[in-house]
Structure formats: C-alpha cells, structure tokens
Ligand binder design. Structure first.
Ligand SMILES: Cc1ncc(COP(=O)(O)O)c(C=O)c1O
Length: 374
C-alpha cells in the first residue's frame, strides 16, 4: 500500500529531537526555526513533558468523556491562570481545524443564524466550515462550499458593518496575526471596532489563536495586545507541543447544554497531561518573556540585512520579507546550513516559528547563514 500523496516532501527523515534541534537518520543536526509549523512551544522532548506523558500513560491513557476527568479541570484552571481569560469555559478537541469547526458551530447554535464573515488571506483549517472560512478556493471542495461565507479585506470595518447589517451573520472569525496568509496584523482600533460591531449586530467574535496562541507572540494570546474580549478563542498547535490537542475558550455568556458539542478523543488523559506540562514549563521557564526578548534581538539583527524588505509578525511568529521568491533560499538553509524555516502564501516571505526556548546564539547562527547566502 502507498501513502496518499498530498505533501511535497523534503528528503530528510528526523529520528530524534532535543529542545531547538532535530537530528536525522544520518545524525545531521538541524536548528529548528520552524517548530514543526509553530507546534513546538516548550522545545522538543522537554524532560517535564516526557515525564508527564510517561507517567500518565502508565496510569491511564484514555477513557471516554462520559466519566469524570480531573485533568481537564486542572487544565482549565491552569489555562485561566496563565492566560488571564477569567471565567471562560473550556471545550477540548484534537486539532486546530476541529477547534474552529466547534467554534463556528457553537456560534451558529447560540445566535441561530448561519452566515460567517472571514477575512481575505485567512486560514482556519480543513474541516467543513473551517475550510469554507479559509480564503483558498483550491482546498475548498464543493461540499464545503455550501457554507455561507463572506470574505472581507483585513482592516475594512466599513465592509464588515455592511455585511453584519444584513442580520444573518452568526460569527466573525479572525486570525489577529494571519499565519500562512503572511503575518499581517491591523491596528488595535480595527480589532476593537470588530468587537464592538459584533456586539452591536448580535454576532460572535471568534479569534483563531491556533497558531498565535500559547505564548507564541510573547503574550499568551495575540488578541490580548488589543484589549478585546472575544466570544470564542480557538487554540491548538503549541498547546500540546506536538501531542494532538485543540480547544476553544468560551465566554461565560454562552451557556452549555448536554450534547451541544462532543468528541471521543478530545481532552483525553494523555492530551491533558501533555498540555499541563506545556503550561508548567511556560510558567517555570518564563517563556513568554523569552519570546519577547529573543524577538527583539532577532528584529535588531534583521536591521543589518540590507536585502530584507520588511520584518513582519510579533514574538516568535516572525517573517522576513525579501524582493525575491524564497524557495531556493529556504532549501539552501536546510541542506547547506541545516536550518529549518517556514514559507507562506506570500512567496517572498521566510517564516520563523521556533520553539519558545530559542536563545540569542541560535539567532546568530541563522543570521550568519543568511549573510552567506544573500
Ligand atoms: C491559524 C490556523 N488555524 C487553524 C489551523 C488548522 O489547524 P490543524 O492543522 O491543527 O487542523 C492552522 C494550521 O496551520 C492555523 O495556522
């Protein structure tokens, strides 16, 4: 049997990893400035994480959501403490797409309408409503295209208000910093305006923090810089440091009822153990501050690169924009300098999404390699 061939692959086979380094089968060591696509938050194989998962699997790896699971409660409490999202309720699932799917579904149940407003260049995942709210027709099948979605330019509050006035919108979904779309972010005025409009026209504001959450920007969530209170916050990637887990934080004004949402695997004991370890390490190692400090250092270093047109993003969700397609540069960084980086929809943008444990000397290695290639 062969694999369903949907991924263009780099010819590298990682077999182990530690902190910010990945090692392949030939023993070559790669600096991981990609974090497996913004997933590795506390560093690969962190001892706290390994112990937490090992201890949990030896006790109880899984049981259904029809029994009590105190680890879910502990995770909710710890999340509130670290994120400062007081009184929000937690629903756990397994991935970013699922988190957004549940967020949109919940909004539709709550508001009892079905249209969604999303933004140009958005990415929200590949399940039915999530992919319909993703601005990439190539990955939207006719089945998904049945959802009613209007795409508006990020920043255009006038068009948002015009659409909301039709009174058929259940939710506005937004990545505060767009990930794959190219790290665009708008002003605080825009996000606050969006929040006000949602309230005025009785729609829910969903912020997709799947990529930007869990400390990646140096704040626990990217929206917090803009001082808004979203109705639903979706999370995944950094939440499990590689263990599949996602979730939504739900504003206290939205009430639960039995059967409204559900999942077999979501919030299982092992996933909770993984995410609890992530939160513990973020707190103990002060990784939010580290993300901010290393980001500042990275941005300073980037000023010396005359060929870089712009630096985009925040914290350790960064991008260097050039005036040429970066695909060859990215290959050179991988195969000649052994440094993983990411790409974006914008072909000129090199993305940096490393573990939040990154240090200054790792940044130096990257810029030395870049100077040689430019
Ligand atoms: C902003 C955003 N939302 C949702 C998703 C989908 O997450 P997943 O691949 O875990 O379904 C991604 C994945 O890249 C993402 O970046």
């Amino acid at each position: 049997m062969s694999l369903f061939n949907v991924y263009p692959l780099f010819d590298i086979t990682p077999v182990r990893a530690k902190d910010v380094y990945v090692f392949d089968e030939k023993g070559i060591k790669y600096l991981d400035l990609y974090g497996g696509h913004a997933v590795i938050s506390i560093g690969h194989s962190h001892p706290e994480y390994v112990t937490s998962i090992n201890e949990q699997i030896s006790k109880l790896g899984f049981y259904s959501n029809s029994i009590k699971n105190p680890l879910q409660v502990e995770l909710a409490e710890k999340l509130v403490k670290l994120s400062n999202c007081k009184d929000y309720q937690l629903f756990l699932c397994n991935s970013g797409a699922e988190a957004n799917e549940n967020a949109l579904k919940l909004a539709s149940f709550h508001i009892n309408k079905k249209k969604i407003i999303a933004f140009k260049n958005s990415f929200h995942g590949r399940t039915s409503a999530a992919v319909a709210a993703t601005d990439n027709p190539k990955i939207v099948a006719p089945l998904n295209a049945q959802h009613e979605v209007e795409f508006i330019k990020l920043g255009d509050l006038v068009s948002v208000e015009k659409a909301l006035k039709q009174n058929d919108v259940c939710a506005v979904i937004v990545e505060v910093i767009q990930g794959i779309g190219g790290l665009d972010e708008r002003t605080t005025e825009f996000y606050q305006g969006l929040s006000k409009l949602c309230k005025k026209y009785n729609s829910l504001l969903i912020v997709d923090e799947v990529q930007s959450g869990f400390g990646r920007t140096g704040d626990f969530f990217a929206f917090q810089k803009h001082n808004i209170e979203p109705d639903i916050i979706s999370m995944a990637k950094g939440m499990g440091n590689g263990f599949p887990i996602g979730g939504i934080l739900i504003h206290p004004t939205i009430k639960a009822s039995f059967g409204l949402l559900g999942t077999t695997f979501g919030g299982n004991h092992l996933a909770c153990a993984a995410s609890l370890a992530v939160l513990k390490v973020i707190e103990n190692e002060n990784l939010l501050q580290n993300a901010k400090d290393i980001s500042t250092y990275f941005i300073e270093k980037s000023q010396s690169l005359s060929k870089a047109k712009a630096i985009k993003g925040r914290g350790l969700m960064l991008g260097l924009e050039f005036d040429f397609n970066i695909s060859e540069l990215r290959k050179k960084l991988i195969f000649e300098h052994h440094i993983f980086t990411g790409s974006a929809k914008n072909p000129n943008l090199l993305r940096i999404l490393p573990p939040l444990t990154l240090q200054k000397h790792h940044v130096d290695l990257f810029f030395e390699a870049l100077q040689k290639e430019l």
